[in-house]
Design a protein around this ligand. Structure first.
Ligand SMILES: [Zn+2]
Length: 285
């Protein structure tokens, strides 16, 4: 891919992130989207800056606050993640922005087709991956990084976290953070509890690992058994479309061919309707 194309994509991303994060704290906030999209041209990118440390140099304390080294704020970690009492359900901001999220993968049978569709429309999305799926599909995580998508933590084995002990929850989440760091190139800044089952421990541990909890606004219900038809998924997404909406769908966990087909159908419709499909940015405090 040509560098000018990537730079164009990054400008688009920055514009989108600015819309979603309009209320953000100027100066201290970092554009996660810009960082992700800048990966392929990082060496020439003003985003990473001349003083940026190579990512590997941040280990083994990548989940903790990095000391400042004279070149501005830490490259990719917030100073602190506030413990929430409920997950984020939608994005705030101006403009007709929406976020597409795909959970439970990656699955080599479906994820590549979803990535190809997103690439065809030059759109960024979020993938909440399970460590147990990602460990055998690290190439798909690096592909997500190359395309500027956000990879979030969806635990290792997709358990009902509310039935686990604190140490079990921590193990599920921490192990997945490490795998994402390894395969995607950065530790995740977002997590999503399987089944949307959150409790105090999940918020506390997630925050300690530097992640914000993101749920969803509209469930495409593509996970139902038997799975709904493509047209039904398209209808749910298009009916649910509104500024700030976060869509939930799945690229693994069963036969997701209808999810793949539905995306090909509704994505151009959403774009034609004026929606800006983008990814959220983290606010760093
Ligand atoms: Zn899930």
């Amino acid at each position: 891919m040509k560098e000018d194309q990537l730079l164009t994509r990054r400008r688009v991303l920055i514009a989108g992130a600015a819309v979603l994060g309009a209320a953000g704290a100027a100066g201290t906030a970092r554009l996660l989207t810009a960082e992700s999209a800048a990966k392929p041209v990082r060496s020439a990118s003003p985003v990473s800056g001349a003083g940026a440390q190579p990512h590997r140099a941040l280990k083994p304390s990548a989940h903790r606050l990095q000391p400042m080294t004279g070149y501005g704020p830490p490259r990719n970690r917030p100073a602190r993640t506030v413990v929430r009492h409920k997950p984020i359900l939608r994005m705030t901001g101006r403009g007709s922005s929406m976020v597409l999220t795909f959970d439970d993968g990656p699955d080599p049978r479906y994820t590549p087709d979803i990535l190809a569709t997103l690439r065809a429309y030059d759109v960024r999305a979020m993938f909440f991956v399970c460590g147990g799926m990602a460990v055998d599909n690290k190439d798909l995580l690096s592909e997500m990084a190359d395309d500027g998508h956000i990879v979030g933590n969806h635990t290792w084995t997709h358990p009902l976290l509310t039935q686990l002990s604190r140490s079990e929850i921590r193990y599920e989440m921490e192990r997945t953070c490490e795998l994402i760091d390894d395969a995607y190139g950065e530790p995740p800044l977002w997590f999503r509890a399987p089944y949307g089952a959150w409790n105090r421990a999940t918020f506390q541990i997630g925050a300690k690992l530097g992640m914000e909890p993101l749920a969803w606004t509209v469930d495409s219900l593509d996970w139902l058994t038997p799975p709904p038809g493509t047209a039904t998924i398209v209808e749910r997404v298009e009916d649910g479309a509104a500024p700030g909406v976060v869509i939930l769908s799945h690229d693994a966990g069963g036969d997701r061919s209808r999810t793949v087909a539905a995306l090909r159908d509704y994505l151009p419709h959403l774009l034609d309707s004026g929606y800006h499909i983008t990814v959220p940015r983290r606010q760093f405090f």
